[in-house]
Design a protein around this ligand. Structure first.
Ligand SMILES: Cc1ncc(COP(=O)(O)O)c(C=O)c1O
Length: 398
């Protein structure tokens, strides 16, 4: 910020923050100590995203390390079972087993450019923790991962992986000891250590994270669009993804948002159904409010306090959602559905048995929604398989 007048600084700040809005949603609602850090991050990101050598390095690692492009696979037996033509975008085949690595490679390169010495991150299902610990190992950076105790217990394989990758693993017992609490713990550490780099794992939080995470995840939609044209010679009629904070979904959706004829369906972690306290279906049960740095939807009580959520999928068990999804809902460009634990477990088993693909329980929510909406529709469709289910197989889901 090149200004020596405090009023000018304030105006510049407001202009900058305005950039982080999707319709009415988004922004940067953070303690004053973090504001300059996030504005600096926003500046760096703005420059790097158009920098040829940054993009060359990002795409080098996506190809040679992550294994991209991920296949777009025609799921013949699933298609016959459902009565539609269904393709699966195989993010489960990425190195570390989920879409999260796309974002962590992008952000660690940003962190490197900024001269960061320590990386911190939250994790729910542990996939973002693993992907961050992996990127930190790859670039020889110190790393600390925050995870709720309940999540660490239900996703133990990922705790082992994070430790093995050389990161420090910190559990928190606050609140419900799930993703929201891990974000709070990481934010608290960030406020106390503003020289660390907070590598946020979803399209949530204050500006510039929702825009930055969307940009790095948009590789999913870019590839899927090219691949469906290659194999079918046309656009899909509908696309499906699960939504926790919303990064895998916005990654896929970004490739098709401008194609008005493509219907966009998102599956939220419905838990036991649309009952406050028993669901994580934010865009069904939430209200617009400021939560964890941004104005978006959140499941809250009348006083505006976030309410405990419940979903079998640690990665979806979160009361907030990214601001771009709130905007897509309000604009009616995408629809958001409650998918219950039971429906997700049924889909988890079905996809495994029909296609030999064991999805993450998060991704199984998208499959379950497709099973409902595509029944005998003969519709050409893409489901994002955001991750693989290794982390879920010892959870007695069968
Ligand atoms: C495999 C998988 N899919 C989906 C999600 C949900 O996150 P997001 O909504 O940011 O894609 C997670 C989160 O941990 C995950 O591990």
């Amino acid at each position: 910020m090149k200004s020596n007048n405090s009023n000018t600084i304030e105006i510049e700040l407001k202009k900058e923050v305005k950039k982080g809005y999707f319709g009415n949603f988004g922004g940067m609602f953070v303690p004053p100590v973090l504001e300059p850090k996030l504005l600096e991050l926003s500046d760096y990101f703005d420059k790097l995203k158009d920098d040829d050598s940054f993009n060359k390095e990002f795409h080098y690692y996506l190809k040679q390390y992550v294994g991209r492009p991920s296949p777009l696979y025609y799921a013949k037996r699933l298609s016959e079972h459902v009565g539609s033509r269904i393709y699966l975008k195989r993010e489960d085949l990425n190195h570390t087993g989920a879409h999260k690595i796309n974002n962590t490679i992008g952000q660690i390169l940003v962190a490197k450019a900024m001269g960061a010495k320590e990386i911190i991150a939250e994790t729910g299902a542990g996939q973002h923790g693993v992907a961050t610990a992996t990127a930190a190992a790859l670039f020889g950076m110190k790393c600390k991962i925050f995870m709720g105790k309940k999540d660490a217990e239900r996703q133990q394989l990922n705790e082992y992986r994070i430790r093995l990758l050389g990161s420090q693993f910190v559990t928190t017992e606050r609140g419900t000891a799930t993703l929201k609490d891990a974000v709070d713990a990481a934010l608290e550490y960030y406020v106390e250590n503003p020289n660390s780099y907070y590598l946020l794992g979803s399209a949530v939080g204050p500006h510039p994270y929702p825009t930055m995470v969307r940009t790095f995840q948009s590789i999913i939609g870019t590839e899927a669009r090219e691949q469906i044209f290659e194999q079918e010679g046309k656009l899909p009629e509908s696309i499906f993804a699960c939504v926790g904070g919303g990064s895998n979904a916005i990654g896929l959706f970004s490739g098709f948002i401008d194609d008005e004829k493509v219907r966009i369906h998102a599956a939220e972690g419905g838990g036991e159904g649309l009952i406050l306290g028993k669901t994580a279906s934010t865009l069904q049960m939430g209200i617009p409010m400021v939560f964890q740095g941004a104005y978006s939807y959140c499941i809250a009580d009348k006083e505006g306090n976030p309410i405990d959520t419940n979903s079998i999928a640690a990665g979806l068990d979160y009361p907030g959602v990214g601001p771009e999804h709130a905007d897509l809902k309000e604009k009616k460009r995408a629809d958001y559905h409650c998918v219950t634990d039971k429906e997700a477990v049924d889909a988890f088993k079905l996809l495994s048995a029909l296609e030999g693909i064991i999805p993450a329980i998060e991704s199984a929510h998208a499959v379950a929604l497709a099973l409902k909406l595509l029944k005998n529709k003969n519709e050409l469709s893409i489901i994002n398989i955001s991750g693989r289910g290794d982390k879920d197989v010892d959870r007695n889901l069968i």
